[in-house]
Design a protein around this ligand. Structure first.
Ligand code: CA
Length: 73
């Protein structure tokens, strides 16, 4: 059980670092844009950020990302 939890945490961390292209410790709309390409819908990106942005500061930090990945338990 414990090991499974740890593994999940590890995977989340890995995913977070992949998305945080400029290694600022937060995932921004700009990060997602660079990752997904310029033709992606700006409003869709804003929605993704807003969904996870519990602190309402316009970017997703690790804490917020974890919450998003682990869902509302
Ligand atoms: Ca935030």
């Amino acid at each position: 059980m414990q090991e499974q939890l740890y593994l999940a945490e590890d995977k989340i961390l890995e995913a977070f670092h992949k998305l945080d292209l400029d290694h600022t410790g937060t995932i921004t709309k700009q990060n997602l844009k660079e990752l997904l390409g310029d033709d992606v819908d700006e409003a869709a990106l804003e929605r993704i950020i807003k969904d996870a942005d519990y602190h309402n500061n316009g970017s997703i930090d690790l804490e917020e990302f974890k919450k998003m990945m682990q869902g509302g338990e």
